[in-house]
Design a binder for this molecule. Structure first.
Ligand code: UD1
Ligand code: CA
Length: 487
């Protein structure tokens, strides 16, 4: 096969998308954790064009900001007030070298399931047939709204007629224009000069270019795709959800082919950029979002949402909400844990039930097993944080940092008031409020001595069930009570 690398891909994204009924530009809505336009750019980039142009107009600045953040090598083209896909392509061409030769692909910013493979197939078919235009077409059960492919008596593509301009008879045709094309660059430039706006919408249609090619005796062909999802565009929020669900189905299928075990694909949502290692088990109700990466042989879920989280091999993350966190190899998180940004759990570490962490580096083998808030802290390796410990990191004005040394032990129900350092190998007695630093090896106790008052119940709560229970257990009776005495 000849070199089918296209000279350029032009992605059209200037349209308004009124049917979305949204203040967000249509092409910036997301499925699979990526904008519709991001999907279109990804497919376009994968065929390695010399130039990648995105044509913008509606909410221009917002779209451009996103485009350049997504791919800073994209060339932005502004469409002027002349409407229509033909004008959009023309504006895209204006940003390219005038003497550009070779193949120009045109795609749509609102067709997110198109794959780079299909685009490469289009480019290859186009180059092989040496045509002026090749259009991706599909035969669909409900063609309404789409442009229809008109074929001549020999079955060759003759032209495209828009739904709004079509006769009743033409509207019965089910082969539709996907809006995805390969053009010869020089031909496209000259043909667009001929295209007018004499149609139902008063727009300059790129579709008119096909008829022009035929009139000039040049080759025009169709590249039929069977996978209808790949040509489907998003026009409203119902289609957004439909295509989102289908993309997810495909992504989950791919992670299973790559070796993950997914118990319930239907309730598992995985964004396009997520990677999962072999033999990791994903339980129902799990969402793996953003740039999340998961190693091999992990257990994830049920009912877990991870966004931009890194999970190393063999970790277990159960009923957990986490964002911008990393979880070490063999570590265990959950159930009912909340890991906020900046959490780094070391290898073999543990964050257990009803624990919230934020900006917390927890060393290898360290344990925060129950009912704790751990914010702005560094916990050394092998340390143990008792149930109900609170890291009081906020004094109402500023956030303070707490350092807990390795192999130290914080007793249950303690509060550590930041900024604070608990030395290596030190102990904090249960129930302490730690407001001074603890040196290595020390024990910190901050609570009052315990007093036991003999006979208190029989004198202050006489005749109660407690009194009877105490007597039954042989507690001191009235006679020998010595109020106020301590043991
Ligand atoms: C277009 C095709 C139609 C095809 C359908 C496939 C034309 C005239 N019609 O119709 O044959 O079946 O796509 O989905 O091309 N855009 C611009 N500038 C504009 C207008 C549109 O950049 O002035 C962009 C939009 O952002 C969108 C794409 O072009 O990404 C398609 O525009 P849209 O208005 O949805 O075209 P359709 O009417 O669906
Ligand atoms: Ca459309």
């Amino acid at each position: 096969m000849s070199d089918v690398r296209p000279a350029a891909v032009i992605v059209l994204a200037a349209g308004e998308g009124t049917r979305m009924k949204s203040s967000i530009p249509k092409v910036l809505h997301t499925i699979g954790g990526r904008t519709l336009l991001g999907h279109a750019i990804t497919a376009a980039r994968s065929v390695s064009p010399d130039h990648l142009v995105v044509v913008v107009r509606h909410q221009r600045d917002r779209v451009v900001e996103h485009v350049l953040e997504f791919d800073d090598r994209v060339v932005v083209a502004d469409q002027d007030e002349v409407k229509g896909t033909g004008r959009a392509v023309e504006c895209g061409l204006q940003q390219l070298p005038e003497d550009l030769t070779g193949t120009v692909l045109v795609t749509m910013g609102d067709v997110p399931l198109l794959t780079g493979q299909t685009l490469a197939g289009l480019a290859a078919a186009h180059a092989e047939a040496e045509r002026a235009v090749t259009v991706i077409t599909a035969t669909v059960p409900d063609p309404s709204g789409y442009g229809r492919i008109l074929r001549d008596p020999r079955g060759l593509v003759a032209s495209i007629v828009e739904h709004k301009d079509a006769t009743a008879e033409q509207r019965l045709l089910t082969e539709i224009n996907s809006g995805l094309y390969a053009f010869d660059a020089a031909f496209l430039r000259s043909a667009l000069e001929e295209v007018g706006t004499d149609n139902a919408q008063g727009e300059k249609y790129v579709t008119d270019v096909l008829g022009i090619a035929r009139a000039r005796g040049l080759g025009v062909g169709a590249h039929l795709v069977d996978d209808l999802w790949q040509t489907e565009g998003v026009n409203d929020k119902v289609q957004l959800a439909r295509l989102g669900a289908e993309l997810n189905r495909r992504t989950v299928e791919q992670i299973m082919r790559d070796g993950a075990i997914v118990i319930d694909p239907a309730s598992t949502w995985v964004d396009a950029d997520v990677t999962i290692g072999p033999d990791t088990v994903v339980h129902p109700g799990t969402q793996l979002l953003g740039a999340t990466t998961i190693g091999a042989e992990c257990v994830i879920g049920p009912d877990t949402t991870l966004k931009d989280v890194e999970v190393a091999d063999g970790a277990s993350v159960v009923r957990t909400q986490a964002e911008l966190a990393s979880i070490g190899a063999g570590a265990s998180v959950g159930p009912f844990s909340y890991l906020r940004p900046g959490t780094q759990l070391g290898d073999g570490g543990k964050v257990g039930g009803f624990v919230e962490t934020k900006n917390a580096v927890i060393g290898a083998g360290a344990k925060v097993p129950h009912l704790t808030y751990c914010g702005d802290a560094h916990i050394g390796e092998g340390a143990n944080i008792g149930a109900g410990t609170i890291f009081a990191n906020y004094d109402g004005v500023t956030k303070g940092h707490t350092e807990v040394g390795p192999h130290s032990f914080v007793g249950s129900n303690s509060v550590i008031v930041a900024p604070r350092t608990i030395g290596a190998g030190s102990y904090v007695a249960a129930g302490s409020a730690v407001v001074r630093d603890v040196a290595p090896g020390q024990l910190a106790v901050t609570r009052a001595q315990q007093r036991n008052v003999d006979g208190w119940v029989s004198s202050r709560r006489p005749g109660t069930a407690s009194d009877a229970a105490a007597r039954g257990a042989g507690g001191p009776d009235d006679a020998d009570r010595t109020e106020g005495a301590t043991r």
